[in-house]
Design a protein around this ligand. Structure first.
Ligand SMILES: *[C@@H]1O[C@H](CO)[C@@H](O)[C@H](O)[C@H]1NC(C)=O
Ligand SMILES: *[C@@H]1O[C@H](CO)[C@@H](O)[C@H](O)[C@H]1NC(C)=O
Ligand SMILES: *[C@@H]1O[C@H](CO)[C@@H](O)[C@H](O)[C@H]1NC(C)=O
Ligand SMILES: *[C@@H]1O[C@H](CO)[C@@H](O)[C@H](O)[C@H]1NC(C)=O
Ligand SMILES: *[C@@H]1O[C@H](CO)[C@@H](O)[C@H](O)[C@H]1NC(C)=O
Length: 450
């Protein structure tokens, strides 16, 4: 620019010709500066604080916050089966539409969308139920078909139960109050995983906090279904399982096929079991048998949440804290790739998934578990268990909170052998039984090492 303007002293016309580019450049600069200023000074609209309990801010990282999207979609997605069935339930459970003449749910009329599904409830064994209406049912993958055929069934008998898991002793019926009830989804054949968990992060009994804080009582149960023989015969592991249960008394086995799309049943049936046999548990960990949990650190974290609660609500009794943390996934779309395990066809479910906590494990409060159990009675079964949990939370007006300590996708490869890399980790997926034992050893004295 300096050079351009020096030449302009010569005469008027030259001056004009020179000034023009100068002015244009000047304008351009002003424009750029204004745009930068606007961009910098823009701040996203302030989201108002949501409250989940009187006087208790949900913006604190630990508490389940209210979702910002509308509460529940009441519009009917007519050609997606799940949406259609859920819509029918929403109408039935809506007190404004239902009326209260008898206090009993009104039977839907025969020609509505619900014609078949609700008459089937009692008939889960023989599967004589008519199938819900659906386009091209036979074109669906096998696991989807199996799911649809049995998605109205929610009651399965317990074949192995642990009624005394949370009892103080054999004589009295008094319940103890575990700080953490760990519910681990396992399969009959995974003896080695269960044993490694018992010896490491899932040890039942009093567990010390990691930073020498209080720690707490931990109880662990394993959630199992029946071995699935539809894919061919299995070695008969029944006696081994009985033996294992005699020794450790921590197996819950239900009479349904243990398949991927039936995992949701484990959540549902576990809530039922908990309400009956261990309703006093303060927090619940629910996870898979191929993860590693730093239980001591988790207990520290839960104590901290509990303390924060009392800081905010010193005068209330402990009627409940709505805590739900995990590795949260927002705005996930159903997988539409037919060859994958997670495939959900559009004619089964339409729409985005609600926020949900994915992967190996989540932690929620005991009181929330009981509320989830209640609300799940009004949410149709969904084949992917994590998503179903998200759906139930959404129905309660809550959404899960993300915690960076839940590593569904593991640490970077180079850090996995370094104990100090685990300092901020609460859960990591995935570890073999042997790795669990090694890691447990390595992490024994973390605060001394790092
Ligand atoms: C609704 O029905 C239940 C069960 O019969 C009854 O206890 C309740 O009082 C009714 N509520 C209203 C508002 O009528
Ligand atoms: C508990 O009591 C039952 C019968 O009431 C008895 O069979 C069982 O052996 C007792 N268990 C323990 C651990 O004492
Ligand atoms: C779930 O278990 C039930 C009962 O065993 C079975 O009928 C159904 O086919 C199973 N569902 C899937 C998707 O495997
Ligand atoms: C907790 O407080 C609420 C209201 O303040 C009361 O209704 C409830 O009975 C109390 N629960 C216990 C266990 O004390
Ligand atoms: C933990 O590590 C510290 C520092 O290396 C050491 O002084 C301490 O004795 C260790 N504690 C145990 C229980 O190994």
């Amino acid at each position: 620019m300096g050079r351009c303007c020096r030449c302009c002293r010569c005469n008027g016309r030259l001056l004009c010709m020179c000034l023009l580019p100068c002015m244009m450049t000047g304008h351009l600069l002003i424009y750029i500066m204004v745009s930068i200023f606007v961009t910098i000074s823009y701040s996203p609209p302030k989201i108002t604080t949501h409250y989940v309990a009187p006087g208790f801010s949900a913006n604190s990282a630990a508490l389940a916050s209210h979702p910002l999207s509308p509460f529940w979609n009441l519009r009917l997605q007519d050609n997606a089966l799940w949406n259609r069935l859920q819509h029918a339930w929403d109408r039935q459970h809506n007190p404004l539409l239902r009326g209260n003449a008898t206090g009993v749910m009104r039977k839907p009329k025969a020609n509505t969308d619900t014609e078949v599904e609700d008459d089937c409830v009692s008939d889960c064994v023989s599967q004589k139920c008519l199938l819900p209406r659906m386009n091209d049912f036979n074109g669906l993958p096998e696991q989807m078909k199996a799911f649809i055929r049995s998605m109205h069934c929610r009651e399965y008998p317990l074949l192995i139960n642990q009624p005394n898991m949370c009892r103080k002793n054999n004589i009295s019926l008094d319940l103890e109050t575990p700080m953490l009830l760990m519910a681990v989804k396992s399969q009959v054949g995974n003896f080695e995983n269960r044993q490694a968990i018992r010896e490491t992060w899932g040890r039942s009994g009093f567990v010390k906090g990691e930073s020498n804080r209080k720690g707490g009582l931990v109880r662990t149960v394993f959630l199992l279904g029946r071995q699935d023989s539809s894919m061919g015969p299995h070695p008969d592991l029944k006696n081994l399982l009985d033996l294992e249960n005699q020794k450790y008394g921590d197996i819950l086995l239900w009479d349904f096929k243990d398949t991927f799309f039936n995992l949701t049943l484990k959540d549902l049936l576990f809530w039922q079991w908990m309400q009956r046999h261990c309703p006093t548990a303060m927090f619940v960990f629910k996870g898979d048998d191929d993860v590693f949990v730093r239980t001591g650190a988790l207990l520290d974290y839960l104590h901290k949440q509990w303390q924060e609660l009392y800081q905010w609500r010193p005068h209330t009794n402990d009627s409940g804290i709505d805590l739900f943390v995990g590795d949260v996934i927002n705005y996930a779309m159903p997988n539409r790739e037919p060859s994958t395990k997670y495939y959900i066809p559009e004619r089964f479910y339409k729409g985005v998934y609600p926020p949900y906590a994915g992967g190996g494990g989540v932690v929620y409060s005991g009181s929330l578990a009981l509320r989830l159990k209640e609300v799940s009675e009004r949410v149709r079964l969904f084949p992917i268990d994590d998503v179903y949990l998200g759906m139930c939370l959404h129905r309660l007006g809550l959404s899960p909170n993300h915690h960076p300590g839940f590593l569904t996708f593991d640490l970077p490869q180079t850090d996995r052998g370094n104990p100090c890399a685990y300092r901020s980790v609460l859960l990591v997926h995935r570890r073999t039984p042997k790795e669990m034992l090694t890691l447990f050893q390595q992490l024994q004295n973390l605060s001394g090492q790092c």
